[in-house]
Design a protein around this ligand. Structure first.
Ligand code: PGA
Length: 262
């Protein structure tokens, strides 16, 4: 069984202020020695990127943004490009988060079109040397209809078809069931393990080496007290954390759970 280093990613979403970010960063940094065996990355709102970069430079903690444009530059008001992320030392970027998907869906794009846009964003991040963390997960309706694997396979296949399976060797996947995000109802470790294993096997059909190497994170109501059983599953390589990443002690507990499970 290959050993993959766990990764814990803290997605702050649209929360905080410059002063609360400072308290959070200080609280995490002072305890960083306690989770040395895990990779940790923070995803602040982009306006705080410079502050986060200044605080984390020289530490083992990485950072990135919650989205990026599929275009390199131009008239795309409000968007942020991959070269801009490089200007601020971003190692990772989140792509395809369901909250972004819902916003796009409001303007009428169907899920298949969105999957292609996510594949383009993935390609843009990869070209610029930024590691994309691709979020994939079924909605509550799709979950009720038993369509989890169908939804996941659709996006995975498009990403592979558009970029080649080798591109996945520089990527991270995150299984994020939409019904578990921010609801306090995490998937059970067994359910998440089954889905993660399905994702890994889908990749294995193209390339067994990449399948063994790729980190697959779980996201959806991970807290300090349910992280360890999730991370102890063989195909769960860490977590994408929303709400619990806003509290330093709670977030550190999750990082420690990942670190001890290595
Ligand atoms: P949550 O969010 O931990 O608050 O459920 C997870 C996510 O949206 O990435």
């Amino acid at each position: 069984m290959p050993v993959r280093k766990p990764l814990v990613a803290g997605n702050w979403k649209m929360n905080g202020s410059s002063s609360s970010a400072k308290i959070l960063l200080d609280g995490i940094l002072t305890q960083a020695k306690s989770f040395q065996s895990a990779d940790v990355a923070l995803f602040p709102p982009s306006v705080y990127l410079q502050q986060v970069q200044a605080a984390l430079s020289g530490s083992a903690i990485s950072w990135g943004t919650q989205n990026l444009s599929q275009f390199k530059h131009g008239a795309y008001t409000g968007e942020i490009s991959a070269p801009m992320l490089n200007d601020f030392g971003c190692k990772y970027v989140l792509i395809g988060h369901s909250e972004r998907r819902c916003l796009y869906a409001e303007i009428g794009l169907d899920q298949l079109v969105l999957d292609y846009i996510i594949a383009e964003k993935y390609s843009m991040a990869s070209q610029e040397g930024i590691i994309p963390i691709i979020c994939i997960g079924e909605s509550p309706e799709e979950h009720a209809q038993g369509k989890t694997e169908e939804v996941i396979a659709r996006l995975l296949d498009i990403v592979i078809e558009q970029n080649g399976v080798s591109a996945l060797s520089q990527a991270v996947l995150a299984y994020e069931p939409v019904w578990a995000i921010g609801t306090g109802k995490s998937a059970t470790p067994e359910w998440a393990q089954d889905v993660h294993s399905f994702m890994r096997e889908r990749i294995r059909k193209h390339d067994p080496v990449t399948a063994d190497k790729i980190q697959i994170l779980y996201g959806g109501s991970v807290k300090g007290d349910n992280a360890a059983p999730l991370f102890s599953m063989p195909d769960i390589d860490g977590g994408l954390i929303g709400g619990a990443s806003l509290d330093a002690d709670e977030f550190v507990k999750i990082c420690q759970a990942a670190s001890f499970n290595l």
